[in-house]
Design a protein around this ligand. Structure first.
Ligand code: SPQ
Length: 430
């Protein structure tokens, strides 16, 4: 597929799609609560539809009238055994969080994914869930999917020091702890996105958080809610960077989720000197509008506690760094190696094809800028975030860029190319 270019800059406004992490969890909490949960602005992208279909297979009535998803919650004791193994597609969030939910069920379930998901590590979730009393096995005794979960109604609580900074591992343990009899304590390695903790409170449950420490007592009963999903800052990130690096641009991004455990990209853009304004803050729904204009950018070092707050934004941040003055260093980001692709290698190798000065390291990237980019034949490698990053790179590249496997973008942002087209100045815009 030939990618779009923006010789006259970017201009206009975009309402970014709904938050993927919150959309997944709204189906899960809706299913596990008692009563009818309604979800507005649900992300109808492949990953979240995998979660929706998986819960239908577990006997949860879910309807979609085009604007609202209605989940008739069955409670932790109302799920039923799926007649067959469940296909989770490409979604790491779905499989890992479901492992925690299914650990507390008195039936056996097998979850499998596509080629990419079946290569992603699951021991990080299986180990604590086994400690709580569930029986989990991977393909041929490995840690890889298909994963078979033989749950138990007799889960025991856990005191767990997390070896990785991961919201998915944390959330899986929390879902199991909600079903265990007694108090569980989880200590995070670094604070990661806290949507699971926030939604427990929203659905009437109790969970205590104090810095990196999380404590909750099970079993708990949750009650149905009306959920409105805010826009996804991880999707907005592509346009924030696009406007920052494409000469003569100004973009307005509406209704972007601003949960502080997700806003590392705002901190990075600000530190690099971007012209970025946060407007119309809606504190109750943790959302705001973002206005951004092109400007000169300075290189920085990105490391430590901020990494989980921008983990999914690192490929697009690497592109941003190719246009900043000086050397940007990204460290402590080894988790990027176990995403949909090895995102350290994929980002470095694909941007190198476009002429970027970018070197992969054991736990991150070193990028020297500013470097003009040139058109090339590049590949998403089946990873939505790599595909979107390369389309943004193509906007400023000299010459034609073609992308292999563009359909991967449907995982989180089915309307992406239309939104890009909409903001290219000189196309439909002033
Ligand atoms: O769901 P999946 O495939 O793992 O999606 C990704 C993404 O880029 O969309 C990661 F590949 O996001 C994860 C994120 O990296 C979504 C997520 C969540 O909703 O809890 C947490 C992060 O993963 P982790 O392993 O660091 O907890």
């Amino acid at each position: 597929m030939k990618l779009l270019q923006a010789p006259n800059g970017l201009y206009g406004s975009i309402t970014v799609p709904a938050d993927k992490s919150i959309s997944h969890r709204s189906i899960m909490f809706g299913a596990l609560a008692i009563g009818q949960t309604t979800i507005k602005n649900f992300l109808r992208a492949q990953d979240c539809l995998s979660t929706l279909n998986a819960f239908k297979k577990l006997g949860v009535p879910i309807t979609d009238d085009g604007t609202t998803i209605t989940v008739t919650g069955v409670g932790f004791n109302g799920l039923t055994k799926s007649p067959a193994a469940i296909d989770i597609g490409n979604s790491g969030t779905t499989i890992r969080l479901m492992m925690g939910i299914l650990a507390g069920q008195n039936f056996t379930t097998t979850l499998f994914g596509d080629e990419s998901l079946n290569r992603r590590p699951m021991e990080r979730v299986m180990a604590p869930l086994r400690q709580m009393g569930a029986h989990l096995t991977g393909k041929e005794d490995s840690e890889f999917p298909p994963i078979t979960i033989q749950g138990t109604k007799e889960l025991v609580p856990i005191d767990y020091q997390m070896p990785v900074a991961s919201a998915q591992v944390k959330s899986a343990i929390i879902f199991a702890a909600l079903q265990a009899k007694g108090t569980s304590t989880i200590i995070e390695k670094e604070i990661s996105r806290n949507h699971t903790e926030e939604m427990i409170r929203q659905f009437g449950g109790k969970i205590m958080t104090d810095g990196r420490e999380i404590r909750l007592t099970g079993p708990q009963t949750l009650s149905a809610q009306n959920v409105i999903v805010p826009g996804d800052i991880s999707s907005a990130a592509f346009f924030l960077v696009a406007a920052a690096i494409t000469p003569d641009s100004q973009l307005y991004l509406k209704n972007v989720g601003m949960n502080p455990t997700r806003t590392g990209i705002i901190d990075v853009l600000t530190q690099m000197g971007a012209k970025l304004a946060v407007e119309n803050v809606d504190a109750e729904n943790q959302a705001a509008d973002l206005k951004i204009e092109t400007t000169n950018l300075e290189a920085i070092t990105i490391e430590g506690e901020i990494i989980p707050r921008l983990i999914d934004e690192l490929p697009i941040i690497a592109l941003l760094a190719t246009q900043a003055n000086g050397q940007t260093i990204i460290k402590n980001a080894e988790e990027l190696k176990v995403k949909e692709t090895n995102r350290i290698d994929a980002t470095a190798e694909e941007l190198q094809k476009m002429g970027a000065d970018i070197i992969p390291t054991a736990d991150g990237l070193i990028i020297n800028g500013p470097t003009p980019l040139k058109g090339a034949e590049v590949s998403s490698r089946g990873d939505h975030r790599i595909g979107m990053m390369l389309q943004i790179a193509a906007l400023i590249a000299k010459g034609v860029t073609t992308l292999q496997f563009p359909e991967a973008i449907n995982i989180s942002y089915p309307n992406f190319f239309n939104d890009v087209k909409k903001i290219i100045a000189g196309e439909n815009n002033a």
